[in-house]
Every structure is written in structure tokens, then in C-alpha cells.
Write a protein of this length. Sequence first.
Length: 94
Amino acid sequence: MSLSDRNDLEPDEQTPKVGVWDTVLEFGRYEHVTLDGKPMRTPAKGSLVVPTRALAEAIADEWARQGERIDPATMPLTRLANSAIDGVSGREAE
């Protein structure tokens, strides 16, 4: 997705705003990563939540460093978190 394709933002607002907030889920305290004030989702529509603030901030930093085009190859922590959430979470008993 190209940031310039986002016609819902004014030209001077093309840079996404990335953040982190903590949340308590039934299985513990986790950190959400947010983009433009909304919780980020994985490719399979899971919530992008991670167990530590340091990891959430590192993922947020990967997103904040993106330029005109979003390049997943430059976001290894995001890819790892997405894989863990989408491919493993909920399947621990298998």
C-alpha cells in the first residue's frame, strides 16, 4: 500500500502516526501497536498485540521509518509478530 494512495488524509498528513498502548486481556497484560490512532491488525485480521512495551515500540518504530511505500522486507519484527499471532496463537494444543 502506498501512503500517497490514502486519499482520506490531507497532503501534509500523509505520514502515518504510530503509537503503543497497554491493555489487559484475559490471559495477561499486553501492548497494542496503533496506526493513525487505531489498533493494528495482522494480515489474518488478528489484533497486533505483543507481550512487552519494548517490542511494541520497536514494531512502532519500524512503521514510523516507512517512506513513500510500505516495504515489509524492512519490518522483520512486524513480520515475526504477524506470523506468531496468525500462525501459532490459538493452536498451542496441536
